[in-house]
Design a protein around this ligand. Structure first.
Ligand code: 5AD
Ligand code: SF4
Length: 463
């Protein structure tokens, strides 16, 4: 009997890429492959790439250099190793990859990865295969469902794609070009996916999409459902203890989403709401379609609906022409909102985007300085937010054994890791934990109510 072929996937970038990589694994498992943790013994290596900033893109070519050595070694040992490049760099630079990297056998864009097995077969026959079209069919209709043991092995928290693509065209961003136009999956398909995950032990679902709160999927009643209505329906699925969604655009926050935060205990009070800048002139140049005050008003609506809600955000420093005063407006906004966490990036010109044509650049030294100042402020806010939980009793969803023997690690509503000494059967349950201390980013505490082995999670599961 020939041993099964081995697949290794390396994924870069966003949560959507993590999700897509899992679906690629499911696709090849259905073809008889098994996953391997190392590229060394793989028969197929897939790089699932990210194009969002220049640094992310460059990683592909350096990784391909390393893979060329492995592929040559394999060939010397009579083994055929195939290499595929998937994801957003594949979409944006497909032909260039084929030209620049002869080691690559298959190039596939994010909308076509359900064709990977056929593309691999084509590469086997013809040498190389490239597909970066946006096909008319919905790839989700063709992707095999993960097997129950694969779901269990991936743990109690899972991503589900509900929406893809973006129509916002922020001037700095490649996403509308690499991921294409906004498309929402039908409600019934999402209910199926979530039910299957929950039936196999998943307790936390994060709905993902490039602009997830632009969701407008077809409901079973024939109407178009907004994200809030979808969340309300998913909260009724037995076993779903926690719901999250990411990433949102401030302009697309509607009443249904605010009401979902007001009404659904399963919907976690932690929202990633990127603002990018606090300056109205820069926001307009970025084509964000809102002002800093509009953003403040959206935050106020969330806070009025759920008083314990917290926010994270993304920021770009050094957008073309950003003055010191405009950067100061970003600092002022951060100070005013008070974030639980945030990501900040130096502006990186992306080929083909309108901002890449803007001539007034900010010097590298200035960008570095602004990034340090912003990150200091954010770190300070994050540390204060984490410290505030010491001495309190908070709900934790337990995920897995921690590195220290006997400890189990879970997450609070705000995604803070929390460690307790406890039996492993608390994994998958939400239990109250009295937080005693903070070590760097991790909380340490004790179960407030040590559970009997058979104690169910003290949390409402939807009817
Ligand atoms: N340069 C720097 N940061 C960028 N982002 C997106 N495009 C760029 C770019 N060209 C950041 C934004 C976005 C996050 C995912 O990445 O802050 O919200
Ligand atoms: Fe990119 Fe987000 Fe703007 Fe869409 S809304 S173009 S994904 S930054």
């Amino acid at each position: 009997m020939t041993p099964p072929r081995k697949l290794h996937i390396k994924s870069y970038g966003c949560q959507m890429n993590v999700y897509d990589a899992q679906r690629m694994v499911d696709t090849f498992c259905a073809e008889g492959f098994v996953e391997t943790a190392s590229a060394d013994d793989a028969d197929l290596v897939i790089l699932n790439t990210c194009h969002i900033r220049e640094k992310a893109s460059e990683k592909v070519y350096s990784e391909l250099g390393r893979l060329r050595v492995l592929k040559d070694d394999a060939a010397r040992n009579g083994r055929d190793m195939k290499i595929a490049v998937a994801g957003c760099v594949a979409q944006a630079e497909g032909a260039e990859i084929i030209r620049r990297a002869p080691v690559v056998d298959v190039v596939v864009g994010p909308q076509s990865y359900h064709h990977l097995p056929q593309l691999l077969a084509r590469a086997q026959k013809d040498g190389r295969a490239l597909e970066t079209e946006f096909p008319v069919e919905d790839k989700f209709g063709f992707l095999p469902q993960p097997k129950p043991d694969a779901i269990r092995a991936r743990g109690i928290s899972a991503f589900v794609t509900v929406q893809e693509g973006c129509d916002k065209f922020c001037t700095f961003c490649v996403v509308p070009y690499t991921r294409g136009a906004e498309v929402s999956r039908p409600v019934a398909k999402i209910i199926d996916d979530v039910s299957r995950l929950a039936d196999n032990g998943v307790r936390e679902i994060t709905l993902i999409g490039q602009n997830v709160n632009a969701y407008h999927g077809q409901g079973p009643d024939g109407l178009t459902w907004p994200l809030g209505r979808l969340l309300e329906r998913l909260a009724k699925i037995p076993g779903v203890l926690r719901l999250r969604y990411s990433t949102s655009h401030p302009r697309d926050v509607d009443d249904s989403l605010i009401e979902a935060h007001r009404d659904l205990p399963q919907l976690m009070p932690f929202v990633h709401l990127p603002v990018q800048s606090g300056s109205d002139r820069i926001l307009a140049a970025m084509n964000r379609k809102h002002t800093a005050d509009d953003y403040r008003a959206v935050i106020d609506r969330f806070r009025a609906a759920r008083q314990d809600i917290a926010f994270s955000s993304d920021f770009i420093v050094g957008f073309p022409g950003e003055t010191g005063e405009e950067f100061a407006a970003t600092l002022a906004l951060v100070m005013q909102i008070g974030y639980a966490a945030a990501y900040s990036f130096k502006y990186s010109p992306r080929p083909g985007t309108p901002a890449a044509e803007m001539r007034e650049t900010v010097s590298a030294a200035e960008m570095d300085e602004r990034l340090v100042r912003l990150q200091e402020l954010i770190d300070h806010q994050q540390a204060a937010f984490n410290k505030a939980v010491i001495g309190k009793t908070v709900d934790v969803l337990f995920e897995r054994p921690a590195r220290n023997p006997g400890q189990i690690v879970g997450r609070t509503a705000y995604l803070q890791p929390a460690h307790v000494m406890a039996p492993a059967d608390i994994i998958g349950k939400v239990l109250p934990v009295r937080i005693e201390s903070l070590e760097r980013y991790s909380l340490l505490g004790q179960l407030a109510m040590p559970p009997a082995s058979s104690t169910p999670a003290p949390m409402t599961i939807g009817a």
